[in-house]
Design a protein around this ligand. Structure first.
Ligand code: MEV
Length: 328
């Protein structure tokens, strides 16, 4: 056994879905963007044949043969440590390194289960750190493996979350053409509000699957409308038309409401944003809780934010992230 300890560090950004969540699972386009909140993963090899994963006060320790050795999960919502374990064991076996152990320390600014891509970002950052331990820094491979690993969390994953967490930027996803960068003509001011209601993306995606099976013609109609909104949104970004872009947020939200993925807290927070001068607002990600995004008028963002911030919910202005996953 090699006794030397290798170390690596990586980080990946959170994401928002600007347009097209849920519809993207069924071959429809979407616009996704990375934002300036990150998860950091510090990895090092150990000679104890154990995978130790630590995140704040929570930790799991698993023998590399796969038996759970010791689990110490203090917060009930720390189930995200299990998919991270799967990422580690997958890379170890892919690289024929099942004879070593790994210590991982996770430090995240991304709230878990709130629609901001904590699962995707944790898979991307973990896989990138592990590959880096074995001198492999191929971003495409990081994306492919993370996408596969995210399917352990929800099996119908479209892969858009992992893509944007790996490559960063604002991405236009078209099923027949793949991903391309969108470079908006003007800076847009994006506000995120989190409801505090945690959701399971896998469960919400399954509920939408059921909705689609029971209401196929309604789903087709909603998908066509979502596609039209997406097209207008791409143009309004390219033309720097924030009024139209904001309107598209709100139009997209109406479709998500009909799909059954909204939540009373989401509706309330959206109303607050619209009544305070936001140009548009919608849920982002899977819905049924999680987060909303609102487009603020760029030249009046301070006063609109001041009004919105007085109401319940956690609010944060975010910037787009153009780095994607960073190793080292
Ligand atoms: C979750 O962030 C986005 C969904 O469209 C699922 C997916 O694309 O895999 C709800």
């Amino acid at each position: 056994m090699n006794n030397s300890i290798n170390k690596a560090v990586s980080s990946a950004p959170a994401k928002v879905i600007l347009f097209g969540e849920h519809f993207v699972v069924y071959d429809n386009p979407a616009i996704v963007a990375a934002i300036n909140k990150r998860i950091h993963v510090y990895a090092q090899t150990n000679n104890k044949l154990r995978i130790n994963i630590k995140s704040g006060k929570n930790s799991i320790c698993i023998l590399t043969r796969g038996n759970v050795d010791l689990v110490s999960i203090r917060d009930k919502d720390m189930s995200f440590l299990h998919p991270i374990f799967k990422c580690v064991s997958h890379v170890l076996s892919e690289k024929n390194k099942s004879n070593i152990g790994i210590d991982l320390d996770i430090d995240s600014q991304i709230p878990y289960g709130e629609g901001l891509g904590s699962s995707a970002a944790s898979c991307v950052a973990t896989v990138a750190a592990l590959y880096s331990l074995f001198s492999d820094n191929n971003r495409n491979q990081v994306y492919e493996t993370s996408k596969l690993m995210e399917q352990n969390i929800h099996k119908n994953s479209s892969g858009v979350d992992c893509y944007v967490c790996t490559f960063g930027g604002i991405m236009n996803y078209e099923p027949d053409k793949g991903f391309s960068n969108i470079r908006p003509k003007k800076k847009f001011t994006l506000l995120i509000g989190t409801t505090g209601v945690k959701h399971s993306t896998g469960e919400v995606v399954s509920q939408v699957k059921e909705f689609r099976e029971k209401n196929s013609s309604q789903f087709k109609d909603l998908s066509l409308k979502a596609k039209a909104i997406y097209k207008t949104a791409v143009n309004s970004m390219l033309e720097g038309n924030e009024l139209e872009l904001g309107r598209m947020f709100t139009e997209n939200q109406k479709l998500l409401y009909k799909l059954g993925v909204s939540h009373p807290k989401i509706e309330k927070m959206i109303d607050v944003c619209l009544n305070s001068g936001a140009l548009g607002a919608k849920l982002t990600g899977a819905g049924r809780g999680g987060a909303i995004i609102a487009l603020l008028p760029h030249d009046k963002s301070t006063e609109v934010l001041a009004k919105i911030s007085k109401s319940p919910g956690k609010w944060m202005l975010v910037e787009f992230d153009y780095d994607g996953v960073i190793v080292g």
